[in-house]
Design a protein around this ligand. Structure first.
Ligand code: C2E
Ligand code: CA
Ligand code: CA
Ligand code: CA
Length: 278
């Protein structure tokens, strides 16, 4: 913020003004979004690389804004984080995702974990594990059917979170490392934290077919994860060629448009569960 002597704040560019205004407006709207039922969770299937069975489902948040329509989480999650709204929103997502999974267990006998993305702010509350435990109890979902996704870049922020992660682990929830390969010191963190699964970031998958270096990186991550007794899932898989390379390299699971985009619960049910229930 630059102050310009007696002219006050006049030197803001129009562009910045517009951007700021939009942000302030979105933040105000976001405050009301939960109460107004504008937040929706989409669910993206995770598929076993070799037998194509459904092995997990990631919960991905969407905001159905009354005027702007569907807004991507990459736009409103940062606003939610800066404004502190993320804590309330994250708790809502976790509860909804657990409720949905409990429902799928009861109605479809689907016993697989649902993955929920965590944000850094949730680690700054010191009662994250108790919050998670409370939600699981309330919903009646066993801990092993909840997976929490943590990014590598969060790890850097939350070195003191080792104990929080340990508490979560003791609860029995699964922990996976999201966007793997895009942060720093990842190898160190892999030793320090109780992580069961690596998610290879989609930036390594995008050009996989044509890039020898991406092939080498992906194959190395898979082999390293297996040596560390971790599972590996590749994100952003869109083509049969990418899938073929990943299968050949021993990747366990696949997530991406090749199998399915994130879908509303009803839609996922129709496409993926409708077929298996007699
Ligand atoms: P992420 O956790 O890395 O999620 C994967 C993103 O890749 C999702 O974007 C998904 O729709 C997209 N994707 C999946 N398959 C493909 C594919 O084959 N090709 C391409 N190009 N993209 C694919 P989305 O849903 O827009 O979410 C963006 C990010 O927003 C997420 O990245 C996550 O970091 C964040 N996010 C989403 N929901 C939540 C939430 O409930 N809480 C928090 N804290 N963050 C969330
Ligand atoms: Ca994720
Ligand atoms: Ca990711
Ligand atoms: Ca990401």
């Amino acid at each position: 913020v630059k102050k310009n002597g007696k002219n006050g704040y006049q030197y803001y560019s129009d562009h910045l003004d517009a951007h700021l205004l939009e942000r302030i407006e979105l933040e105000a709207d976001l405050r009301k979004a939960i109460q107004r039922n504008e937040l929706i969770i989409y669910y993206q299937p995770q598929i076993h690389a070799h037998n194509s069975s459904l092995i997990g489902i990631e919960a991905l948040l969407r905001w159905n804004h009354p005027i702007r329509g569907i807004i991507s989480p990459s736009i409103f999650i940062p606003i939610a984080e800066e404004s502190g709204l993320i804590v309330e929103i994250s708790e809502w997502v976790m509860r909804q995702a657990c409720l949905q999974m409990r429902k799928w267990q009861q109605e479809w006998e689907l016993y697989i974990p649902v993955s929920v993305n965590l944000s850094t702010q949730q680690f700054h509350q010191n009662n994250l594990a108790q919050k998670v435990e409370q939600i699981l109890l309330e919903v009646g979902l066993e801990a092993k059917y909840l997976e929490l996704e943590i990014t590598e870049s969060m790890m850097m922020d939350i070195c003191r979170s080792t104990s929080t992660l340990q508490e979560l682990k003791e609860l029995g929830v699964r922990i996976s490392m999201d966007d793997f390969g895009t942060g720093y010191s990842s190898l160190n963190y892999l030793k320090m934290f109780p992580i069961g699964k690596l998610k290879i970031d989609q930036s390594f998958i995008r050009d996989l077919t044509n890039s020898e270096s991406d092939k080498a990186i992906v194959a190395t991550i898979i082999s390293m994860a297996h040596h560390l007794k971790m599972n590996v899932i590749a994100e952003g898989v869109e083509t049969a060629e990418q899938l073929a390379f990943l299968k050949e390299s021993g990747c366990d699971d696949i997530q991406g448009y090749y199998f399915s985009r994130p879908l509303p619960a009803k839609e996922l049910q129709r496409v993926f569960l409708g077929k298996c229930k007699q």
